[in-house]
Design a binder for this molecule. Structure first.
Ligand code: X2X
Length: 343
């Protein structure tokens, strides 16, 4: 929370809410409508029309309603407040209250958070949600908590990632040799594409379209849903269905700020955000069924790949051994208990 809402609150003699005591929300709600007692900011990197943004806006609307206008969450989608790297700093300083971020990018602050991105770990969505709503997600949330942030229970889907290219189709790992591929800012991503022989370049999503357009990068990798919604097909020619990793967004809150909210506000926010996360997962699942045809119609050429060859290349390069060492035996055992043996 910013100083501004503290002052607003004090002016109304509601200072007990600021101190963290449970604020009698519904009692306040019976007063005539006026400005919200809690004005909070939620930011993300996804286009306004992406299910993530749509469902977050709906959650904010339901929260406003459930609190009789006392909790006003303003959504800043589409990198309006800066790149992921910028927004993570803003979240930590308390300049923004909530932020959805890929676990892999979060790993720049919370190293274990990239564990779900290990190459070819998940075979399907059932395995993903069982793990992320279960032991693996619980482990990562615990690690996030140790670093001053809160991760809400339900993760938001980004998707299984596919490689696109503007220069040549990627069918085999050898096609990646020296390939200038944009990857998000995360050691695991860089390591994985180096292991595959490519030349990864770390770029925040806010700069991806222009990096592809100006050919700073030849290619990138993202789920089909985002390739469509962010119109990356305009600046890419081929898409290779590698599904090389699954990526999702943690909805994060600044722990200091969030725990200073009254307990009933915290509960309403968590309930509505988690509900929206589940709806967003269903939206992406539905999109997955329809998006390929649309992308083809827009001129993107689909390339069948030899998936096991990519996994073997990672293994040969020592990728699994390296990341098992980095994550540690305990974390790796949790991952393998969810997805089966990896190395
Ligand atoms: O940066 C990306 O590519 C994106 C949008 O997929 C993530 O947030 C990881």
């Amino acid at each position: 929370m910013s100083l501004v809402h503290r002052r607003t609150l004090l002016a109304r003699g509601l200072a007990s809410g600021v101190a963290g005591a449970a604020l009698p929300l519904f009692a306040i709600g019976t007063r005539p409508a006026r400005a919200a007692a809690f004005s909070l900011k939620l930011a993300n990197n996804s286009p306004v029309t992406h299910p993530q943004s749509v469902r977050q806006q709906q959650a904010a609307d339901r929260i406003r309603q459930a609190t009789n206008g006392q909790v006003d969450i303003q959504l800043f989608p589409n990198n309006q407040l800066g790149s992921d790297t910028d927004m993570l700093s803003q979240l930590r300083s308390g300049a923004i209250d909530f932020f959805t971020l890929s676990g892999l990018i979060l790993s720049t602050l919370v190293p274990p958070a990239s564990i779900n991105g290990v190459g070819f770990a998940f075979k399907d969505y059932d395995t993903v949600w069982k793990a992320m709503d279960g032991k693996l997600g619980g482990y990562v949330r615990g690690e996030i908590d140790k670093r001053g942030l809160i991760a809400f229970d339900k993760m938001w889907d980004n998707g299984f990632r596919q490689i696109t290219s503007s220069t040549h189709p990627i069918k085999l790992p050898s096609d990646l040799k020296g390939f200038k591929i944009r990857v998000p800012v995360s050691p695991l991503w860089t390591s994985m594409f180096q292991a595959l022989g490519a030349s990864p370049i770390s770029i925040n999503f806010s700069e991806v379209y222009s990096a592809l357009q100006t050919k700073i990068a030849e290619g990138q990798e993202n789920p089909l849903s985002l390739i469509q919604i962010a119109k990356l097909y305009e600046v890419q020619k081929y898409v290779s269905m590698t599904s090389h990793m699954w990526d999702g967004f943690w909805l994060l809150a600044n722990k200091r700020g969030f725990s200073s909210l009254p307990a009933d506000v915290q509960a309403i926010v968590a309930r509505e955000m988690n509900q929206s996360a589940l709806q967003e997962r269903a939206d992406i699942a539905a999109l997955n069924g329809s998006v390929a045809g649309d992308l083809q119609a827009k001129g993107l050429v689909f390339v069948e790949v030899d998936k096991p060859a990519f996994r073997d290349a990672l293994k040969q390069a020592g990728f699994y051994a390296e990341w098992k060492r980095k994550f540690g035996d305990q974390a790796w055992a949790i991952l393998e208990s969810e997805v089966g043996t990896l190395s």
